[in-house]
Design a protein around this ligand. Sequence first.
Ligand SMILES: Cc1ncc(COP(=O)(O)O)c(C=O)c1O
Length: 321
Amino acid sequence: MRRIYLDYNATTPADPSVIDAMLPFFDERFGNPGSAHALGREAAEAIARARSQVAALVVCAFEDVYFTGCATEANNLVLFGRAAASDWRGHIVVSAVEHPSVREPARVLANRGIDVTVLPVDETGLADPDDLARAIRPDTIVVSIMHANNETGTIQPVAELAAVCRERDIPFHSDCSQSAGKIPVDLSAWGADFATFAGHKVYVPKGIGVLARRTETPLVPMLHGGGPGTRSARRHRERAVHRRDRARIRARGGIDAQRARSLASAERPAAHGARRGGRRIERSSGAAVAEHAQHFVSGSRRRRHPCKGARSSCGNRRGLP
Ligand SMILES: Cc1ncc(COP(=O)(O)O)c(C=O)c1O
């Protein structure tokens, strides 16, 4: 019997060109990107190239493409990362039609004391920017509204929703798992701060997601000790590869002209929340982890963290990460 697969919004097969590009890294070019030797450098260069390509696709700065294991992880990272960066206080807005990978972390955060507003949608599944403007509060730490819905296909007016947030200096995230690769996704044009992507929806094998961050909005990582960055290591070497690739894209006339122009100007705009004293990702997390590590290495069996309740560089005011 011949099978016809019609469920491409659930997942796609890996494209042969993607498999070809990946295969050498399973055996011949298997280096650890953190290693200083040639094999390691090759792996780091390959990651940098992939990061560059994602940045070009979604129009954000190269530095702010975080590879994750899936879109679910990216969505969790943005909600928990914002909550941690805001000392586990504040208010979150999510739409009523988000994927469970946004709804569930929001519910867990609500149980931990964060206020959550679920923004209603109309009969076609659309969120109204005026409703969003009414829902936002001065202590809103992130608004998360998906680009395209996985069940209805409704496409949200993300540029308008992001504009509402931008006017009020509130970070805006959009889950673009269902839209990337099908319709244009342009974080710079929207003025969005974060966006999520799922590799397996666009002919990439399972196990690869992305959280893109366009601005320097603080986000505390969920994984510690793996290298600098929110999810995975980013190295200076990668930047050189990125600069080369960006020059090549420009020389070729771009991915398309407008996108290349946006990309060229996709600097990292200032952080939301800078005025509210939010912490930057890498520097603060390094300090926090060092302090946590010291606490545990010293053999203390106390459940209570020494910094709990205190304002310290550790940043841990409500328990351990
Ligand atoms: C809109 C949306 N967000 C997130 C996800 C989760 O993707 P992943 O399987 O990569 O965790 C899906 C998957 O179906 C989705 O459709």
